[in-house]
Write a protein that binds this ligand. Structure first.
Ligand SMILES: [Zn+2]
Length: 88
């Protein structure tokens, strides 16, 4: 296999046949709801226990695993045939 750039949709070589190529990037991020906290909850929560729990969780996973859980980018190279065809 040559290190040739090919369309991820139709496998056509993008360097040999296409004068224009497109890059499609999809980013998936974890979305969090804003935490609902009140003073009572904050005062009555055992923070050290929660921090210990989180540290254990982090230790059990690799950096890549942790990153994949919150942020992931997919990148595709596409030939012009995609835009010529247009939406169905
Ligand atoms: Zn293509």
């Amino acid at each position: 296999m040559v290190s040739d750039l090919a369309c991820d949709r139709c496998d056509r070589s993008l360097l040999a046949f296409e004068d224009v190529r497109y890059e499609l990037e999809i980013t998936v991020k974890a979305a969090y709801d804003p935490m609902e906290l009140n003073l009572d909850e904050i005062m009555n929560t055992d923070h050290s226990a929660e921090i210990q729990r989180l540290l254990k969780l982090i230790e059990s996973k690799s950096a890549a695993e942790l990153e994949a859980e919150v942020y992931k980018t997919f990148k595709f190279d596409l030939s012009r045939s995609l835009s010529k065809r247009g939406p169905r």
